[in-house]
Design a protein around this ligand. Sequence first.
Ligand code: ADP
Ligand code: MG
Length: 621
Amino acid sequence: MTLFLRLLFRNKLAGFGAVVLGVIVVLAVLTPILPLQPPNETNTADRFLRPLQGGHLLGTDHLGRDLLSRLMWGTRLSLAVGFAAALVAGLVGAAIGVVAGYFGGRTDNVTMRGVDMLMAFPYILLALAIVAVLGPGLLNALIAVAVVNIPFFARNIRGVTVGIAHREFIDAAKLAGMGHTRILLSEVVPNIVPVVVIAMSTTIGWMILETAGLSFLGLGSQPPQADLGSMLGEARSALITAPHTSVVPGVMILLIVMSVNLLGDGIRDALDPRLRSGALARPMATTRVERAGAPMPKPEDGLLQIDDLETQFHVGTRVYKAVNKVSLALNPGECLGLVGESGSGKSVTALSVMGLVASPPGVITGGAVHLQGQDLIGAPYELLRTLRGRKVAYIFQDPLSTLHPLYRIGDQLIEAIRVHDPVSHAQAHRRAVKLLEDVRIPNAGARARAYPHELSGGMRQRVGIAMALANDPDIIIADEPTTALDVTVQAQILALLSDLRRDRGLAILFITHDFGVVGQLCDRVAVMYGGRIVEAGPTGDVLTAPAHPYTKRLIACVPELGGGQRALAAIPGLPPAVDNLPEGCAFAPRCDKAQPSCKTGEIDLTGDTRKVRCLFPEVAL
Ligand code: ADP
Ligand code: MG
């Protein structure tokens, strides 16, 4: 709740709306006990008094009634009717939408066609017709406004429900033997409540206006009862001679509708979980850089050189040190493995290279990334854009979510080619087919016309690799490319990457949590834990004689085919949260060799070709 309020007030306009509306609502609630004059007492001797005349703060109307009092009572009524109409329309509309969307088929058809019939009439005419049938009066105006708004809610909510009704957690609830009513109430409804609240908060203002409109036409509140619309209606004839009688209710309507709409926008933003961490608020084209101190010296050689890279996530007052002074070097044609448990900062390291970490909340706070001698941290977006995909390409874990579901894979490849190389469509197509052949997709010409969902997981990952190869990059950063695949397909993909590396002289930064995979592909390996490199060295050496206890235990987790029976070791405990890292070695709490000295001070990465960050390494380096 406090988070919600904080998010809401982060939007200044929404905060302003909340304050204005709050004041108005409090005044409206307190109206009966405020020292106001009776709202309906006429005194024709005091007609059309100006504000502040004769003891009337806002003056009087054409019957000499106190405008302030009528304004307060009218506001009270208008707010009540507007909120009630929104509530009725929201609840009934949502109920129709949920039922139609969940059951689908004939239920959906019948109810939605009924809703469509309501929608077929012009909005305000329908409201007028309903009041004409029911007779004038505030309650009937409320019913009319609610009814004409039901289709809006029903359509909206049905759409959302259809999306939810086929999700796995609904299937799971059905498998668990839950009845329809329970599934609707406990699984579907909680998911649509935010949508209903958002739709309501953005339409209440509109409904207050509609009710005022009906009252203005004399179809809503009946004399002498005041609401904002009827006050405007009665003041219409004196618009020129006594303008204050119209201005007073007019300003109130303006204030209410404006504050409701501002607040509604704020509520929508605060309720959307994707906006919460600021992820979608104002995504920047490159990661934000806040680097203190002098720039790093330029390295002499090397293809990609990462020096003391620090990437953090700033969420509220919390600082997540996802990447903490990481240094890596990648030479042409080399494959470097980056290994670590989930959450150790591998992906963030990889994404930082091309400034792809989402900002906010990501910030690069230190270090340098040199690509062929050029510092990429803080480089202008235009430069990064020409390098992304052309010099450094990425392969991600789940190709189904990185490929566009609605485009044929050939077209997606063509697009990737033409971003950097303005060749003709036919030429790009030929290259796309060639790429598909290069990644050993059989019958590539025909496959180019397939959609991503028509391919198997392994095929899709091959397409992902083909796309990374599209512009002949020097470096491929592969972020767990085989994690979603089964072991046989994984072996094929690894063999493919290995061949491509040989044929094209590619350098690969290969991210994985599996030491088995590292052994097959990588020349060197770096082990990450809690955002830091804890060990690095040639793969063979590290695999045969791991120096850091963490590396040793990670290697022990890999099952060996034909290795006989042995209990597979697991590492007890959980990786540390990077917003609150312990002092000393981050692994110490889980390490059975930890000494008191491991938990104090800074422990350095020592060694030359083989490096380790441990006071008591398993082997002497
Ligand atoms: P992995 O090694 O599994 O690829 P990541 O690099 O994705 O791990 O994440 C490293 C750390 O960064 C995680 O501990 C996570 O808590 C933190 N992190 C990642 N994204 C965000 C984010 N948007 N906001 C806050 N923390 C994040
Ligand atoms: Mg990752």
